[in-house]
Ligand binder design. Structure first.
Ligand code: RNT
Ligand code: ZN
Length: 424
């Protein structure tokens, strides 16, 4: 049984932590305030293994794979919202939702993806408005017969391209609707699976086709107060091991040339390449970025986010660069081998803990040492900071935000599992 510390224990530990940080010139209360203003976009697709409601038998495809068969998966939008409500209730702060088009509610009617309308997301809007969530959005360019060749916007077949262009156009309009209705811009992120298993003879033409398709998708100007467009690259996927049309360089160039957001997925780079290091480079030339915070393991890019060095480095870059308002933080992982609500809670809390640690850094001192060329002191302080009682600040933050401390949220999840999930 997981026990929670008492409010007194948390308060006492926090008082000591506050002093320790104050001695380094760090204001712990201010850090908590700043943390409470950061919203993370929870990806709906962790709740049902990227299934959606369009066709329960559709194969995921697109190089995406979800392993595991933990019981209790959401089977419809009401169940998914119920699960999300449970997850949000165990995460400190106010957060967003990231939707895919396959989560449309069409009242049992088959609506082709290119014909999807804002009304098919009206119930999501009602729910988000009632619960204070912004929504982000994604066209779904996989799990569909028109994507069976592995190519969509970059296909040699003009009919296939047209279909996906129309789908992406419909998605942007839905994104604008979501942003307008909820009073907070929706980030609509385009990711396509297009690539080849084996060595291509022509790397160039599909990229030219992709550029042409994107130009058509993005031709309609939408109010940035409602919709912001993002494009997401990838290194490789299952079935696209040798060539991905939408590579990092392709989309970096596209984003710079066309003033759209670049989406960086932490699982989409070479294993020793750091996504964190890219942020300040890209934000020198691109106005805003979207992050898909994820955790790559071997070939998989989508394990539940945990408090790794990479995650801490990402959070540090966002905070140190003063980029909080230019970085949209989303999550992207799918694990069906554990309780899906717990996966959201663990991943989101890890991301928030990394942000808190970054907000608690004595960054002015570290920077001064660096500028003065005192790299010995910088290294010593950086190492010392790792042992500071940030966990006591996190516990106090959870208590203030009225969510369970430590892993005590597990009790709620276990109760939810036996009362709700086990009856599905
Ligand atoms: C795939 C991309 C993409 C998807 C989601 C479902 O490699 O990361 O973001 O995971 O859109
Ligand atoms: Zn992603």
């Amino acid at each position: 049984m997981i026990k929670s510390p008492s409010a007194k224990q948390i308060g006492d530990a926090y008082a000591l932590a506050k002093e320790r940080y104050a001695a380094l010139g760090v204001d712990t209360d201010a850090a908590m305030d700043r943390l409470s203003s950061i919203s993370i976009s929870l990806h709906c697709w962790q709740g049902d293994d990227v299934g959606g409601f369009e066709n329960p038998d559709a194969e995921l495809g697109g190089g995406l794979a979800v392993t595991g068969n933990y019981p209790g998966k959401a089977r419809n939008a009401d169940e998914l919202r119920q699960d999300l409500d449970k997850a949000y209730s165990l995460i400190p702060g106010r957060h967003r939702l990231n939707l895919h088009t396959i989560y449309a509610e069409t009242g049992g009617r088959r609506v082709e993806r290119s014909d999807l309308q804002p009304e098919h997301f009206a119930r999501w809007v009602d729910w988000a408005r009632a619960n204070g969530h912004g929504i982000d959005f994604n066209p779904t360019c996989f799990a569909h017969p028109m994507a069976s060749s592995g190519m969509t916007l970059a296909s040699y077949d003009p009919g296939v391209r047209r279909f996906w262009i129309d789908h992406c156009i419909a998605s942007r309009r839905i994104g604008a609707y979501l942003g307008r209705e909820l009073g907070t811009p929706c980030v609509t992120n385009i990711w396509i699976p297009d690539g080849l298993k084996d060595t291509p003879a022509d790397r160039k033409t599909p990229r030219l086709l992709l550029k042409e398709s994107l130009d058509q998708v993005l031709a309609e100007k939408l109010d940035p107060a409602h919709n912001l467009d993002a494009v997401e690259g990838k290194l490789f996927g299952i079935g696209s091991e040798s060539y991905v049309v939408g590579s990092h360089e392709f989309y970096l160039g596209y984003a710079v040339a066309n003033d759209v957001l670049l989406c960086l997925d932490a699982g989409h780079y070479h294993p020793t390449e750091s996504m964190a290091d890219k942020i300040s480079s890209i934000l020198t030339f691109v106005d805003q970025v979207l992050l898909h915070v994820s955790r790559g393991v071997r070939w998989d890019s989508d394990h539940v986010v945990t408090l790794t060095d990479e995650l801490q480095a990402i959070a540090q870059e966002i905070v140190r660069g003063d980029y909080v308002n230019r970085v949209h933080i989303g999550l992207d992982f799918f694990d069906a081998s554990i309780n899906r609500v717990a996966a959201w809670v663990i991943g989101t809390r890890s991301a928030l803990r990394a942000l808190l640690m970054a907000l608690l850094e004595p960054i002015d001192q570290l920077r001064e040492m660096e500028v003065a060329g005192d790299f010995t002191a910088r290294l010593a302080l950086m190492e010392a900071v790792k042992g500071l009682p940030w966990g006591a600040v996190w516990d106090a933050y959870c208590l203030r935000q009225n969510v369970p401390v430590g892993a005590a949220y597990l009790r709620d999840i276990q109760a939810y599992e036996s009362a709700v999930l086990s009856h599905r």
